[in-house]
Design a protein around this ligand. Structure first.
Ligand code: DC
Length: 235
């Protein structure tokens, strides 16, 4: 059976990673969370005190890029690959609101995007991959056989993210989460390098009113028909 590449792009907190993980598990594909890579890079900049509330030492960060090693390791118990920064598991450390507040500045830097896009293309080169992010269908894998673009209203997304962070014990307000969602939408969509846009051939899914199960069923159906089509072409 010929495997395909599945690109899932969209705004923050649209549930891309939830559905991408489910899909990868159902198809026996590899799941790659590219947002986790930009988040790990952000955590590195924070650890080195290169970014903070009122400073950002961009040039120094660029000069240190060869010291940043981001990798994934499959966690059997969780059923997906966790992200590592220079050998340390940072899967939880990258999900804080503080990292979310700086990540759009970090992901706007072309040198960083080049390095991470190259790594992402390497990770997906054997096909059989579900990759989620902002530029997967436009830049990383413009030839992906299936492209999905996920949307939901800012309020729906902020509510989801707020609950998630509260469950993790973060001391945050709903207002701050909503502001972060809106400001990342703006920054991610308006940066010069690889802004978040829907690829012409992407299928848009607004999941504001879908349950997780409905969303998964919709995406699985699309994936199965894309795989079938590729296999028909190959025969
Ligand atoms: O998917 P996420 O919310 O974890 O992503 C964090 C940030 O990383 C997001 O605000 C924009 C950036 N990002 C990006 O620029 N390109 C990607 N392919 C993935 C994420």
């Amino acid at each position: 059976m010929k495997k395909i590449t599945i690109a899932i792009d969209g705004f923050s907190s649209t549930g891309k990673s939830t559905v991408a993980k489910q899909l990868a598990a159902a198809l026996g594909y590899v799941y790659v969370d590219t947002g986790a890579m930009y988040r790990a890079m952000t955590l590195f900049a924070m650890q080195k005190k290169l970014i903070g509330e009122d400073y950002f030492n961009k040039d120094q960060l660029i000069s240190m890029l060869d010291k940043v090693h981001i990798s994934f390791e499959f966690n059997e118990a969780l059923g997906f690959a966790e992200v590592y920064l220079n050998g340390e598991n940072v899967e939880n450390a990258i999900r804080t609101l503080e990292v979310s507040q700086y990540v759009s500045q970090i992901s706007a830097i072309s040198e960083i995007r080049q390095q991470l896009v190259q790594q992402q293309q390497q990770l997906g080169k054997g096909k059989g991959v579900v990759m989620d992010g902002r530029d997967i269908g436009t830049v990383v894998f413009p030839d992906a056989e299936l492209k999905i673009f996920m949307t939901a209203s800012p309020d729906t997304r902020a509510e989801r993210r707020y609950k998630e962070l509260l469950d993790k014990g973060e001391d945050i307000s709903y207002k701050d989460v909503l502001e972060n969602v809106k400001s990342r939408d703006y920054l991610d969509s308006n940066r010069k390098d690889s802004p978040l846009i829907k690829a012409n051939d992407a299928i848009e899914i607004d999941n504001s009113k879908l349950t997780l199960e409905q969303q998964f069923k919709t995406v699985l159906k699309l994936a199965k028909s894309a795989i079938e089509m590729e296999n028909k072409k190959a025969n």
